[in-house]
Design a protein around this ligand. Structure first.
Ligand code: SF4
Ligand code: SF4
Length: 139
């Protein structure tokens, strides 16, 4: 990678960290990766990136990877992670800010029609995630 690209990418990463901290109101660098958020998350088995990993990637400004993650839509905003964090980081708000970032910048793919999901999809999607997605994506 050439130097210009590296500098541009570092700036973009810092801008992303600042945006997520501003929208979520959380200090990402307070996280010291104890893993308690992920250990208590009821949706962890359905996630491609665990909550503590999302926080680490957010610290590092890994915007594209985070915004493409399935996990941000699997989170059902149950707030268990918030209650378990010894650093009082509100992880659910960080994840909500990632969802907002996608909805603000992407192709406005922000509406879930439950009846448009195939029977196969409805059979395998965790009901709690579907209900949460309907609530979050249609409000
Ligand atoms: S709020 Fe989301 S990330 Fe946190 S424990 Fe609940 S499902 Fe997991
Ligand atoms: S519980 Fe808090 S400090 Fe521990 S990994 Fe999760 S966000 Fe970081």
């Amino acid at each position: 990678m050439d130097t210009t690209l590296r500098i541009t990418s570092a700036r973009a990463g810092r801008a992303f960290v600042a945006e997520i901290e501003k929208v979520s109101g959380q200090k990402l660098l307070a996280c010291y990766q104890c893993g308690k958020c992920s250990a208590g998350c009821p949706m962890a088995a359905h996630m491609d990136i665990l909550p503590n990993q999302m926080i680490r990637m957010a610290q590092l400004g890994m915007r594209d990877q985070l915004l493409a993650a399935k996990s941000i839509w699997m989170c059902v905003s149950c707030l268990t992670c918030n209650s378990r964090c010894p650093k009082n980081i509100r992880i659910a708000e960080v994840i909500e800010s990632l969802r907002l970032s996608v909805l603000r910048t992407a192709k406005r793919d922000d509406h879930l029609e439950i009846m448009e999901l195939s029977p196969e999809a409805r059979a395998v999607l965790p009901p709690i995630a579907t209900i949460s997605a309907m609530r979050k994506l249609t409000s």
